[in-house]
Design a protein around this ligand. Structure first.
Ligand SMILES: [Zn+2]
Length: 83
């Protein structure tokens, strides 16, 4: 009986990685800069406010991938600005 006509309403899958820092910095977690260890942890630093996100909300395997990707992006970013 309940037949809604859902037109143009497309639900996008939310990327798990996507997070917005409390400072309002939008973007993916991987776009932040991984900071070399503080006791084995590799927190990601927000480029806007410097807030360290330990990404403990991620499952460990996903977290490892995210950190690796963040590292790769940081390296690529530095390589492209150094010319
Ligand atoms: Zn921030």
């Amino acid at each position: 009986m309940s037949s809604h006509d859902e037109t143009g309403e497309q639900e996008k899958a939310v990327t798990e990685m996507r997070e917005i820092c409390y400072c309002g910095h939008p973007g993916e977690a991987e776009d932040r800069e991984p900071i070399g260890d503080s006791g084995g942890e590799r927190p990601l630093r927000s480029p806007s406010c410097g807030h360290l996100d330990y990404t403990l909300w991620l499952p460990e395997d996903v977290r490892t991938l995210a950190l690796d990707e963040a590292e790769r992006r940081t390296i690529r970013r530095k390589a492209s600005t150094t010319a």
